[in-house]
Design a protein around this ligand. Structure first.
Ligand code: ADP
Ligand code: MG
Length: 435
């Protein structure tokens, strides 16, 4: 900017005119994507004069061009004005978390499908119809990576083509903007904004349920974008059909493209995520500490990250060295990491067998009479729920059965859990095992 000023001073008609109009000018922002230079002047009066004086504006533009060797449009602003240039709202930097990129996303069994689907959508940004995933609907519990994946799509597309209009909003923001636009009679502006985008990312769409006007507006936005082959990505905590009081017509549209879920990460994935976080933060964390955290913090990835930071913060404050001992102290209160009793298949079989007055040998046996087969299925179900054992491993634990038998048992019991009294019984068993 100082070079621009030097050139400008040289090229101005006179020193007086330079001092009057240009001397106090400052650079506000350069918008590379839209080839714009935003410059700041000290008063409305000066802004007006420059804007209405073609030769001054031309001089300014020429000087900027000379220094940058580029052709920019010049926009004059005063301090009170905020950057409201039309395309600004589509620039992902302003809304996306820079860390939420594909490169930082660890892929494991629980998220590989959602990851593959997101990558495919991102790669087919030129023609969304090729990915057969419009809309892409990602659902799953909190802290499992939905927002991360969704924003990774935005970053990816923007990197490939910065002229693409990418809009990321939460469904609350969408709703609030809509309400504001109605109150200020700017509904038209709202529509234009949303219906002009190339990639629309709406996070936590479940919150538009029970808001009629928002659903209505979103319905039209959806149709418009989908009809012109623009990509829509949605996330939610549940699959479309389970979102209470969501309009039928939206439920059916959400299922037009691809619906994928993200599950809770297994132990290996949790370890991989912790290692990757530790690396990217430059932490040197011993493997046994990583394992310890991964074993104890299972609910979701946000908690996993939180646990790692807490352990790191603690060890910085104290000895500086990180041991399993420190980790256990730090996490004890939060995650119940007191020398946790290991829950394994043996323990589960013991409790279930006792409850049904059977022996463990009977559970493992080939006998298929209902009074044995059913408790066996229950035990397999609980093993799947409470341990990290894979399906084939569970089969092995139960007298060398095939993994399909385990799946069958698991699904059967899960279905039977629809019956409330049965569910209570199973939960009581689970509680007994945990205790
Ligand atoms: P959600 O939107 O499902 O609630 P987020 O996308 O906000 O979850 O993820 C929570 C945190 O966990 C974020 O910091 C995110 O970067 C991180 N995270 C989630 N999944 C992964 C993953 N597979 N690899 C690395 N980090 C992840
Ligand atoms: Mg989220």
């Amino acid at each position: 900017w100082s070079r621009v000023m030097t050139v400008l001073e040289r090229q101005s008609m006179s020193q007086v005119s330079f001092d009057t109009w240009f001397k106090d000018m400052k650079l506000k922002e350069i918008d590379e994507a839209n080839h714009r230079f935003y410059v700041l002047v000290t008063s409305d009066f000066i802004k007006h004069r420059i804007e209405n004086n073609p030769s001054q504006l031309r001089t300014l533009k020429r000087c900027i061009g000379e220094v940058t060797e580029n052709d920019y449009d010049v926009i004059i602003m005063t301090a009170g004005e905020s950057l409201q240039h039309s395309d600004d709202e589509y620039k992902p930097e302003s809304r996306l978390n820079p860390k939420y990129i594909f490169e930082n996303f660890v892929v494991g069994k629980s998220n590989e499908f959602a990851h593959a689907a997101s990558l495919s959508v991102a790669e087919n940004y030129k023609d969304p119809s090729l990915a057969h995933s419009n809309p892409l609907f990602i659902y799953g519990g909190v802290g499992l990576g939905k927002t991360h994946l969704m924003q990774a799509i935005g970053h990816f597309v923007y990197q490939q083509d910065p002229s693409k209009k990418i809009l990321y909003v939460t469904s609350e923001q969408f709703t609030n903007e809509l309400i504001n636009s109605i109150q200020t009679n700017k509904n038209e502006q709202f529509r234009n904004k949303y219906r002009k985008v190339d990639v629309l990312l709406i996070d936590d769409i479940q919150f538009i349920a029970d808001k009629d006007r928002t659903q209505e507006e979103f319905f039209h936005t959806f149709n418009e974008l989908h009809g012109s082959n623009k990509q829509i990505v949605l996330t939610s905590d549940k699959p479309p059909k389970d979102i209470q009081s969501l309009e039928e017509r939206l439920i059916s549209r959400f299922a037009w493209g691809l619906v994928v879920d993200i599950g809770t990460p297994d132990l290996e994935t949790r370890i991989a995520i912790l290692r990757s976080k530790a690396d990217s933060e430059g932490y040197d964390v011993p493997m046994d500490v990583i394992n310890f955290i991964a074993k104890n913090v299972k609910s979701n990835i946000r908690e996993l990250e939180g646990a790692l930071s807490r352990v790191m913060a603690y060890s910085k404050l104290t000895t500086g060295s990180i041991t399993e001992q420190t980790a256990s102290i730090v996490l004890r209160d939060i995650y119940n990491t007191k020398k946790e009793k290991l829950i394994d298949a043996k323990l589960i079989k013991t409790v279930v067998a006792k409850h049904y007055h059977l022996s463990i040998q009977e559970l493992d046996s080939k006998k298929r009479t209902k009074n044995i087969a059913y408790p066996r299925q229950i035990a397999m179900y609980i093993t799947r729920e409470l341990t990290d054992l894979s399906l084939p491993k569970i089969g092995e634990e139960f007298g060398g059965r095939d993994h399909t038998t385990v799946i069958h048992a698991y699904n059967k019991i899960r279905e039977d859990m629809d019956d409330t009294s049965f569910k209570i019984k199973i939960n009581a068993l689970i509680k007994e095992i945990k205790e």
